[in-house]
Design a protein around this ligand. Structure first.
Ligand code: MN
Length: 189
């Protein structure tokens, strides 16, 4: 059974109203401006991957919530393309391989960073753990101040309640799996 994909703006508004946050409070929690949040909610602006991440992190909900339908009993993945947040000319591409299941509490993503790209992530809530495994290319990953270099087949698991950054200093793109565990499965649709 296929369901319509959520629209990020509608999901944002649903989450915001459920928490009873004003646009100003939401701006303070996510680091995204009030004006931008309003535009996204009204469907006037399509958020960048970076902005969607800020919103997801500010609400402590998984990224996939904004780009996949609700989980069903059996989820077949035919192509990650269908679950990618479409954005042209973005140095970072994210696909959510499976919808988020609150019972299980994890997101499984494929992230692709173009040559030279840097993606900075603010701290997630305490208890959030990321598992990064490089599929192809070379990734530099900073946890706090400490940089690590990971080649294809190598991985890193870390407590993501500190700021962290993903960087591709090479001349080829890097692809990695990111499995992010959200304890308590707080994401309510
Ligand atoms: Mn992160």
């Amino acid at each position: 059974m296929t369901q319509a994909l959520p629209e990020p703006g509608r999901m944002l508004k649903t989450l915001r109203l459920a928490r009873e946050w004003s646009l100003s409070q939401t701006a303070a929690q996510t680091g995204v401006s009030k004006a931008m949040l309003g535009q996204i909610e009204r469907g006037e602006s399509s958020p960048t991957v970076a902005t969607l991440w800020k919103i997801a992190t500010g609400f402590n909900v998984p990224f996939s919530l904004f780009i996949t339908a609700e989980a069903s009993n059996a989820e077949i993945l035919r192509s990650e393309e269908t679950r990618r947040w479409q954005q042209q000319n973005s140095a970072m591409q994210i696909s959510s391989l499976f919808p988020f299941d609150p019972q299980l509490g994890f997101d499984m993503l494929v992230v692709e960073l173009a040559a030279g790209a840097l993606s900075e992530s603010s701290a997630h809530d305490s208890g959030v753990i990321e598992h990064v495994v490089v599929i192809a290319g070379e990734l530099q990953l900073a946890i706090g101040e400490q940089w690590h270099t990971l080649k294809a087949g190598e991985g890193l698991r870390f407590q993501a309640d500190v700021s962290h950054s993903y960087r591709n200093s090479s001349t080829q793109s890097v692809r990695f799996h990111s499995l992010i565990h959200y304890p308590g499965g707080k994401a309510n649709r």
